[in-house]
Design a protein around this ligand. Structure first.
Ligand code: C2E
Ligand code: CA
Ligand code: CA
Ligand code: CA
Length: 275
């Protein structure tokens, strides 16, 4: 028994070493990818639901490892959050997104996902200020989406960072609302401008009465905090119509437009007259 326990320990130690090795490996791969320019941004259009205007786009990162091979963000963003490379990735995304959005005209915004982990340090404010200055994009045309399914380790620090970002003029949105920890206190404490209803709530919406009540409830809640409401994951016309009836302000989803490379998004913009 003692022998097998020992073997188990050896096995465990080896596994841990492998895991550490593969994490280090991943960190190196991400660093190399940044150097080799393997990351791409796709843009998914966001529409005003009442008038149908193209309001802006969300920037979504992709990692292209070969001409027809992609790694989705769900697979490498969590690793980058662990190995400390997330800020480097975000800096790349912010720079690219702000430069791209400058050409979009009007007051169309670009929305960038920022990991809650990055709210641990105050340098996020400086980094965003720098990218705005260097790109020339007005701060009001940049929105940052912060997922609520991870708690802030240091809420007071996060609050200060958010206040700093708000004073730059940047808009802040709660992402994935209804999946994690965010509740009334969260919406009251942090200075958000907008709220995105998580796409899991669209699953049996509008057929299910329960889903309708929840979505209507979130919209009412957001309104109580004067937040702009966006529904994501709109895949059907029925969903779109019902969201309009519920006075949801903005929408995003495959039914309205898939994430696409910059060139395709620019073509979409050319075909759209801003009014
Ligand atoms: P998210 O921020 O909730 O982004 C929306 C995700 O839903 C995107 O997946 C998008 O392609 C997908 N989506 C959009 N419309 C529909 C729809 O109608 N139906 C369905 N089923 N899906 C839809 P994607 O691009 O794979 O991104 C996954 C997640 O990775 C994002 O979720 C976000 O949390 C993270 N992510 C993406 N880009 C970045 C980034 O630049 N930085 C950080 N920190 N996270 C990112
Ligand atoms: Ca998002
Ligand atoms: Ca998310
Ligand atoms: Ca989301």
């Amino acid at each position: 028994a003692r022998e097998s326990g020992r073997n188990q320990w050896v096995w465990y130690a080896n596994e841990m070493a492998n895991l550490r090795e593969s994490k280090r490996d991943m960190a190196r791969r991400i660093e190399r990818a940044l150097k080799n320019d393997e990351f791409r941004l796709h843009y998914q259009p966001r529409y005003q639901l009442s008038g149908g205007q193209l309001a802006g786009a969300e920037a979504l990162i992709r990692w292209q490892t070969a001409p027809d091979q992609w790694i989705t963000p769900d697979r490498f963003i969590p690793l980058a959050e662990e190995n400390g490379l997330i800020a480097t990735i975000s800096d790349w995304v912010l720079k690219r997104a702000c430069e791209d959005a400058l050409a979009w005209g009007g007051d169309r915004y670009v929305s960038v996902n920022i990991s809650p982990i990055e709210f641990r340090t105050t340098d996020l404010v400086q980094r965003v200020a720098n990218v705005l200055k260097e790109s020339g994009l007005p701060a009001t045309r940049l929105e940052l989406e912060i997922t609520e399914n991870v708690t802030f380790e240091h809420p007071q620090q996060a609050l200060e960072v958010m206040q700093g970002l708000r004073s730059l003029g940047v808009r802040l949105t709660v992402d994935d609302f209804g999946t994690g920890y965010a509740a009334l206190g969260y919406l009251k404490t942090f200075p958000f401008n907008g709220l995105k209803i998580d796409r899991s709530w669209m699953k049996d919406f509008p057929e299910s009465q329960q889903a309708q009540s929840v979505v209507a409830g979130i919209i009412a809640l957001a309104r109580a905090f004067a937040l702009t409401i966006t529904a994501e994951g709109i895949e059907t016309e029925a969903q779109l119509n019902q969201l309009k009836i519920l006075s949801c302000e903005e929408g995003q989803g495959y039914f309205l437009g898939r994430p696409m490379p910059l060139a395709a998004f620019s073509t979409l913009l050319e075909r759209t007259t801003q009014n």
